[in-house]
Every structure is written in C-alpha cells, then in structure tokens.
Ligand binder design. Structure first.
Ligand code: CUA
Length: 349
C-alpha cells in the first residue's frame, strides 16, 4: 500500500516523458528509430540478466535455508571451473550482442550526406542561448525554427559561437556537441512525416541552458519550397510612420538582421511564424494550441524591455528608455504580424 503513491508518481513521470514531440520513446525518424532499437535491445538484455540473477539468488536463499534442527555446517566448496567459465563467457557474449549493433549504428549515423544532391545542408551554430540555422545552399539564415522537408536527409554541421552546447531533437535524432575548439561536428537528421518536434540544448552551457530550446518544423516538399521562396524574398516593409522603421533599424538591426545576413542576434525574418518569443520560453505553456496575437505581443514587449528576466545571462540589452511607447508598439506589432504565408497551414496544427 505504501508503494502505491510511489508507483503513481513514477507513472506520472513517465507519461510526462511521453510527450510525442519531445520523446525518444516515440521515434519519428530513421536515426531516432535505430537509437530506440538499441535502447530496447539494451533494456531487454538487462532485464534478462536482472531476472536471472535475482531468480537464482532467491532460489538459493529459499532452497538452502537453514532448517529447524539443522546444526551441522554445510559442505564448503571452493572454486568451480565450469561455473567460472560460464559466468565469464555469458557476459562476454552479452557485451558482444550489445556492441555489434551499437558500433554499426555509430558509423551509420556518422554518414556524411553533405555532398548528397538530395540533401539539405544546414550549418547549425549554438549561441548562449539560442540556435542559428544557416541553409548554406539556399542562402537562408534563420533562428529558433529549423524548417525541413519531410523524408529528406538534412546534413548538419555543428559549430558554436561561444561555449559547448549540444544539439538534440529527441524524437528525430541526437545528440551531438558543438565544439568551442573550432572543430566541426557532423550529423544528419530526417523526419518521416510532417510535424512539429521540439529540440533542446543537451549540454550545460550557462544560466539559461534549460531555456535553450528550438523547434524542428517538418513540412511537405511544396511547403518547404514555398518557405524557401518566402525567406529569400525582400523582408516585409514597415507600414505607416517611418519613425518606427528608423527606430527599428537603429535599435534592433544593430545586432539582429531582417534579411539573410548573419548577425550577432537571432535573425528576425518571419518572426511571427515562430509563435514564440526568445525561442520557446514565453509560450511554453500554450505551445500545444494556436497562440493568440495579443499574447505574443505581450511577451515580445516583455522580452524587449526585460530580456534578463526572461532568459537570464543572454546578451540582449534591455530597451526601456531608448524606445518611446509608440516605437515599442510599432516594433512589437511589426514583428508579431510578420508571419510567413508558407507556414500558416502548418502552424494551425
Ligand atoms: Cu546551450 Cu545548454
């Protein structure tokens, strides 16, 4: 009876891990699939070992227990060649069974698809605390949302702008470090179907490590083409007062970019389609439902005026006095409403 709450807690914990967009137990791509197979294999072998060892131990304790009236010391045995060979050979065999597929997959996942004409090449750079995605063949630079065509190999090159991070999309593939020493790590990801998968930084990298999230949006081939065309087009123009446009340029575009140029901070093109501010953090609780414009605007306002409160330790300065109420309003509206036509259908789900 005392164990009941414990079990209930465990079930609750496991069900929380079962979120399909952030779970290794629900593989949605070939790499995650094989990784899941390896986990199953390891768990199966471990279960067999545990059951066998505990079974024998319990059997021996019961079968050879001291019975009433039994006074003499049982026969003392020292060494048994046959047994020793058996308990050496069995673990060796089990380790070989584990090692062969593990080594095989390690090499399979290290396959470099960057030269594959069918693959999409993406240079991923980890920053404290956001992810930059540069589509090297397509001339696109973006952040936070990695948009990929389903069923295609995405050849990924991992770098860092500062410290060690680790790129991980649990339901699709992972995880691999970004290395500060300048050496580039390579991996590939692929999603079977269209869908939203959440990604995480999986290496402690500072104060807001836990908030360094990103999304992988796997879309159909047509949607991807439309997205590429939209990302390569001229950025959306400011409407109305030119003062706001000038303020945006002066204050925001010093560190950010609105075209595909690399910048110090996350690229802002198509910002409204990300349905999140500062990655995912502000909209985390509503991430499963369509997010209301007013909520995004409120979060954006909070981010611009108090970025350290939202994501401690990030490099965004607070813009409080520098912006007039009118300028802040205009910038927030522009960014929140800057939605990409190509992702409208996708973002509804
Ligand atoms: Cu980046 Cu942890």
């Amino acid at each position: 009876k005392r164990l009941l709450p414990l079990f209930a807690g465990l079930v609750l914990l496991l069900s929380a891990c079962g979120r399909s967009d952030l779970s290794t137990l629900n593989p949605q791509g070939p790499v995650a699939d094989k990784q899941f197979d390896l986990m199953l294999l390891a768990i199966t072998i471990m279960t067999i070992v545990v059951v066998a060892v505990f079974g024998i131990a319990i059997y021996v304790v019961i079968r050879y227990r001291r019975r009433p009236g039994q006074e003499e010391i049982p026969k003392q045995i020292e060494g048994n060649h046959k047994l020793e060979v058996i308990w050496t050979v069995i673990p060796i065999l089990l380790l070989i069974i584990l090692a062969v597929p593990t080594v095989k997959y390690v090499f399979a996942f290290a396959e470099d698809y960057s030269g594959d004409p069918d693959a999409v090449n993406v240079k991923v750079t980890g920053h404290q605390f956001w992810w930059e995605f540069e589509y090297t063949d397509l001339g696109i630079n973006t952040a936070h949302d990695l948009v990929i065509p389903k069923g295609k190999k995405i050849a990924i090159e991992l770098r860092t702008a500062d410290v060690l991070h680790s790129f991980w999309v649990p339901a699709i593939a992972g995880k691999m470090d970004t290395n500060p020493q300048g050496n580039v790590n390579k991996m590939f990801i692929e999603a079977y179907e269209a869908g939203l998968y959440r990604g995480k930084c999986a290496e402690f990298c500072g104060q807001s490590h836990a908030l360094m999230e990103f999304k992988v949006k796997s879309v159909s081939e047509e949607t991807f083409k439309a997205w590429v065309a939209e990302m390569k087009a001229e950025p959306k123009a400011f409407e109305g007062d030119l003062k706001v446009a000038e303020s945006f340029k002066q204050n925001c575009l010093t560190c950010h970019a609105i075209d595909n140029a690399p910048a110090l901070g996350p690229n802002l093109k198509g910002f409204g389609s990300r349905e999140a501010v500062a990655g995912i953090m502000l909209n985390r609780e509503t991430a499963d439902e369509p997010i209301e414009q007013a909520v995004v605007e409120e979060h954006l306002r909070q981010w611009i005026t108090e970025p350290q409160k939202v994501k401690p330790g990030n490099t965004m300065p607070a813009f409080k006095e520098q912006l007039s109420e009118e300028e802040l309003d205009g910038i927030v509206k522009y960014l929140a409403e800057y939605k990409l036509e190509s992702l409208k259908e996708f973002n509804k789900q």
